[in-house]
Design a protein around this ligand. Structure first.
Ligand SMILES: Nc1ncnc2c1ncn2[C@@H]1O[C@H](COP(=O)(O)OP(=O)(O)O)[C@@H](O)[C@H]1O
Ligand SMILES: [Mg+2]
Length: 235
């Protein structure tokens, strides 16, 4: 199980998350929704261990052990994956070189044919592997490449920060497909999204957590996501 326990987080001295509790089991989908600026990315970055986000109190626990003091790469090695809301472009690093390194660091045996197959599965031709990381990729291509990484790594837990924002319908299908596949392989997924659309694409039961002002304000199932889509986050 991947848990946030009464997490209180600050950025540069300002309180951003208050008393967050979350329990994610293998193969479960947990959807985080909330207005802009409510703390969704803060939660994602904190769970992954970005040094800018300071855990003031509370704990982050992976399979019974606290990981709150571990750096990002250690968490990744233990099987926590994150895809970023704004994937960075790295102009001097070939995507294939980057992936081979990521896989090696995570104890996987890199296999170029397998990488090509996963890229193709995400609707990305092999040519993308020869390009520099995300450089000149469209929004949808960046997100699809991020989710290709998830499929390659088969993490225990994946935190996906708005993988469906700013992408076209085709990308949405590829991204929904990758999430479904990961869930069926047993990955526990925390999905930050604004849209119920991606949830229809996934077509599986899920839990919804509504966050506002750094606090979880409501929790429920698919009906809550539907209500949010129809009525917004108003009271
Ligand atoms: N690096 C930062 N420095 C200072 N404040 C930040 C930083 N990142 C985010 N914030 C602030 O923290 C709050 C939560 O932001 P964020 O977690 O990115 O929201 P969301 O992802 O829900 O849109 C916002 O008020 C935002 O302005
Ligand atoms: Mg965000």
């Amino acid at each position: 199980m991947f848990e946030a326990k009464d997490l209180n987080v600050s950025i540069e001295g300002l309180v951003k998350l208050k008393g967050i509790n979350l329990e994610v089991n293998p193969g479960e989908l947990h959807v985080i929704m909330g207005p802009n600026g409510s703390g969704k990315t803060t939660l994602a970055m904190t769970l992954m261990g970005h040094p800018k986000y300071k855990v003031e109190s509370g704990d982050i626990v992976l399979d019974g052990k606290s990981i709150r003091d571990l750096p990002m790469y250690e968490r990744a090695k233990l099987g926590v994956f994150m895809s970023f809301q704004h994937p960075v472009e790295i102009g001097s690093l070939r995507y294939l070189t980057f992936l081979l390194e990521v896989l090696r660091k995570n104890g996987k045996t890199p296999d170029i044919d397998w990488i090509k197959r996963i890229f193709n599965k995400m609707g990305l031709s092999e040519a993308f592997l020869n390009r520099n990381v995300n450089t000149g990729f469209s929004g949808g291509e960046k997100k699809r490449a991020e989710l290709a990484q998830m499929l390659l790594l088969s993490p225990k837990y994946a935190i996906l920060d708005e993988p469906d924002t700013g992408v076209d319908v085709d990308s949405m299908k590829f991204i929904g497909g990758a999430i479904s596949e990961s869930l069926s392989r047993g990955t526990g997924v925390i999905l930050i999204t604004h849209y119920a659309r991606i949830l229809n694409e996934i077509g599986k039961g899920f839990y919804v957590h509504i966050i506002a002002d750094g606090e979880i304000k409501a929790e429920g199932g698919p009906e809550l996501a539907k209500k949010v889509e129809e009525q917004g986050f108003g009271e």
